[in-house]
Ligand binder design. Structure first.
Ligand code: NAD
Length: 233
């Protein structure tokens, strides 16, 4: 199957794996303040607190399992090899469900990086980073996370990929975090766009172009994948 499919995921796809979303009630930001743990300023003024926050996220991620939505996307990739996943998530549940071609916009929780060179990554064993450990280049390691207010280095590539989509499937994102949220605008006018979320995000001028499927990811994604396979295979 030659269709180019772009799957764009947010925190909602991992919610049913037990990983909290950021903005829903009971979400992570009700327990932490962004400015305390997830900004360049926070890293400079209280890095131990940032490390602790991401240690907890990493511990939760390693304890979680991929769900039926992650597995359905892997099935989609098997039928449509030109399927690219672009995720805002820092967890590794797409990869652990067997998916490939996963582009992380906001970093990866299982990795640390040099402060001098953002591309110098180190895989962390286990869940716990000990603040003060150094990269081989001498700088203190920081979580491989794009903090709020930092550039999103993979965004340019993500836009290129989105601009070639025949089909775009958007799952579990409030479309509140920019620039990621603007990825939809890069899909060609001819692209079919689907959005799966139990709550309808504000789509503005895109409302007419998007097939909104009001469902949880574990219900909506397998059903859409089966429908696409039946339609195009
Ligand atoms: P968000 O918290 O702003 O929005 C979550 C969206 O998921 C909402 O629209 C909500 O209605 C929807 N949702 C809730 N339960 C769902 C379900 N069962 N199935 C499908 N959708 C469901 O998240 P966002 O838009 O991804 O943006 C927030 C930022 O938070 C991202 O940058 C991301 O990196 C980060 N984040 C990542 C993780 C993770 O890696 N698992 C978890 C929390 C936050």
């Amino acid at each position: 199957m030659n269709k180019k499919i772009v799957v764009f995921t947010g925190a909602g796809i991992s919610a049913e794996s037990g990983l909290g979303t950021f903005r829903d009630s009971g979400g992570i930001w009700e327990k932490f303040r962004i400015e305390d743990v997830c900004t360049p300023d926070a890293w400079h003024t209280n890095p131990e607190c940032c490390v602790e926050f991401y240690n907890l996220r990493r511990r939760d991620t390693l304890a979680a399992e991929p769900n039926m939505a992650h597995f359905a996307i892997t099935k989609l990739q098997e039928v449509f090899p030109n399927t690219q996943i672009i995720t805002q998530n820092i967890d590794n549940l797409h990869e652990r469900a067997g998916s490939n071609n996963v582009l992380h916009l906001h970093g990866e929780i299982t990795k640390l990086r040099s402060q001098k060179d953002p591309s110098a990554l180190v895989e962390l064993e286990g869940w716990e980073q000990h603040y003060g450990e150094r990269h081989a280049d001498g700088s203190i390691l920081r979580p491989h996370i794009v903090f709020f207010g930092e550039d999103v280095p993979n965004f340019t590539l993500a836009c290129e990929i989105a601009s070639q989509a025949d089909i775009m499937i958007v799952i579990g994102t409030s479309l509140n975090v920019y620039p990621a949220a603007s990825l939809l605008t890069y899909a060609p006018v001819s692209a079919e766009i689907y959005l799966i979320d139990p709550n309808e995000p504000t789509l503005g001028c895109y409302a007419d172009r998007v097939g909104f499927i009001q469902a949880k990811a574990t219900e909506g994604v397998p059903a859409l994948v089966d429908a696409l396979i039946e339609t195009y295979q």
